[in-house]
Write a protein that binds this ligand. Structure first.
Ligand SMILES: CC(C)(COP(=O)(O)OP(=O)(O)OC[C@H]1O[C@@H](n2cnc3c(N)ncnc32)[C@H](O)[C@@H]1OP(=O)(O)O)[C@@H](O)C(=O)NCCC(=O)NCCS
Length: 302
């Protein structure tokens, strides 16, 4: 993705992007005179994304002269969705912001329900800060909300030095990557154990009567409790989870090498696809793929 500042001659492309069918609920549409004025306004910057010399999308940034440490992503849109352009464009813009400006926080608001955009932001390390409730009127008279997301400079820096994966998986890594990013241990009293791990600083993100999941540290890795059938169950040790994007192919290849799996990959109700095996000492291992459902299941709390 080549990123370059937009010029007045790009406005027709920018307006065409804004007006793509289906974009109405998610992105604003400005008239030409508004773009002309904003493009030369020092409080704003416009960027164009290009692939192989072709224009693929644009970004508008705001608050260069607001005197704060935060920069606002006012608008992003690509001409063709689902071709990887949006993720590449936002990645390039985020790199530009943190590599070239003094800003500490880069933030945006997205319509709650714009699942594609939210997914792209999260996979690039953006974190939801909150919800701006019932902030606007929908055409049918109901009220819609915005989610507020941001990425901080230290978070961006960490992603530069640890390119092992994005928050939801393996996008930056080779396809044969295998991540140890989830451990589950037993609890005999799940409330007591939950308090224990919260005191350790773990952040509770999934709460059900028999199961709890936490983000650990910067949130890249997760840790879970499940109620053991008995104290003996707790003594059987933790369940170690290895996430891989090529789960089915990997399991097939390992089986061909003689590794015995107790269960082939199965889609679980909690949105993970799991295959289980036991090592020679009896430790329980799970090869799985969860993607966003590990940190951002629909039932996430916090
Ligand atoms: C949001 C936008 C910039 C994303 O760019 P894009 O080029 O379409 O996105 P990409 O192709 O890079 O990635 C799309 C991802 O979303 C996923 N996706 C598609 N539809 C989805 C949905 N309804 N819910 C969740 N994820 C979805 C795709 O599977 C893909 O993820 P993956 O690569 O992990 O499989 C672009 O769709 C767009 O311009 N939309 C209209 C304007 C808009 O909404 N702007 C954002 C305003 S805040």
């Amino acid at each position: 993705m080549n990123l370059r500042p937009a010029t007045l001659s790009d406005i027709a492309f920018i307006m065409a992007c804004e007006r793509r069918p289906g974009y109405e609920p998610h992105v604003g549409r400005w008239p030409e005179d508004k773009h002309r004025a904003t493009l030369v306004d020092p409080n704003h910057r416009y960027f164009i994304g290009e692939v192989d010399g072709a224009l693929v999308g644009f970004v508008i940034l705001r608050d260069f002269e607001a005197g704060t440490d935060s920069l606002y992503l006012k608008r992003i849109a690509v001409h063709e969705t689902d071709k990887g352009h949006g993720r590449a464009l936002l990645g390039a813009v985020t790199d530009w912001v943190f590599a070239n400006t003094r800003f500490h926080r880069f933030w945006l608001e997205v319509v709650d329900g714009n699942g594609r955009a939210i997914h792209v932001y999260r996979t690039l390390g953006w974190v939801q800060e909150g919800i701006v409730r019932e902030a606007f009127a929908e055409p049918d008279g109901t009220r819609g909300s915005y989610l507020q997301l941001s990425i901080l400079k230290p978070e961006w820096e960490k992603r530069q030095t640890t390119p092992r994966h994005t928050q939801n998986g393996l996008r930056n890594g080779p396809q044969n990557n295998l991540l140890l990013n989830q451990v589950t241990v037993s609890a005999t009293d799940i409330e007591v154990s939950t308090r224990f791990y919260e005191t350790l600083g773990f952040k509770l993100i999934v709460h059900s009567p028999h199961y709890r999941r936490f983000e650990v540290g910067d949130g890249t890795d997760t840790f879970s409790l499940h109620i053991a059938d008995s104290a003996e169950g707790a003594a059987r040790g933790p369940h170690i989870y290895f996430e891989c994007a090529d789960l089915d192919a990997r399991v097939a290849a390992l089986k061909a090498k003689g590794i015995v799996f107790e269960s082939d990959p199965v889609d679980q109700s909690w949105l993970w696809r799991e295959a289980w095996l036991t090592d020679p000492a009896g430790n329980r291992l799970c090869f799985y793929w969860a993607g966003d459902a590990r940190r951002y299941p629909p039932w996430r709390v916090n």
